[in-house]
Design a protein around this ligand. Structure first.
Ligand code: SME
Length: 160
């Protein structure tokens, strides 16, 4: 049994340090990428408040394909360059979207989503996946969330 848990009212820097330590412990010694992505999605969901979707899209032959996640069923395939996920994958740059309705081409998988954070996962300079977090709260994600999830992406890039 894994017994990771956020401590409650922690400052974000501590929360992300604990999340990173838990993520490292979860994937250490396991080489199955699907199992690792499934556990990481569950872990992120457990640690971060105010999410309605948390998971992975994988870059499969230059198209994003749905990976393990927590949340409502979602779009399965997203072309590179389309929506928030496709933009992050095509540019290799984190996307922090305070209001998804204002993002041109946003793909609405869950009508509850108001804000979104998408972080590319890079292996040897190539985007192999993105981590996608959606929130029902507008402006839910800030630069600290982006840095925190980027750290997780770097930590697990070799394990997914
Ligand atoms: N909103 C995303 C699509 C994926 S869902 O949010 C799970 C986008 O615009 O890329």
């Amino acid at each position: 049994m894994y017994d990771f848990a956020p401590k409650g009212d922690q400052p974000k820097t501590e929360l992300y340090a604990d999340l990173a330590a838990a993520a490292k412990a979860l994937v250490d010694g396991e080489r199955d990428g699907i199992a690792n992505m499934a556990n990481l999605a569950a872990l992120i969901w457990q640690f971060l408040p105010n999410l309605n979707w948390a998971g992975f899209y994988r870059n499969v032959e230059d198209e994003l394909v749905l990976g393990p996640f927590v949340g409502k069923p979602a779009c399965i395939r997203i072309p590179l360059g389309r929506g928030v996920c496709g933009t992050a994958a095509a540019s290799g740059e984190t996307q922090v979207v305070p209001d998804v309705h204002a993002f041109p081409g946003h793909i609405a998988c869950d009508a509850d989503s108001r804000s979104e954070l998408v972080v590319p996962v890079l292996r040897e300079g190539k985007v192999v996946a993105v981590i996608d977090l959606d929130s029902p709260v507008a402006d839910r994600f800030d630069a600290e969330d982006a840095t925190g999830i980027e750290a997780i992406a770097a930590l697990v890039a070799g394990s997914i």
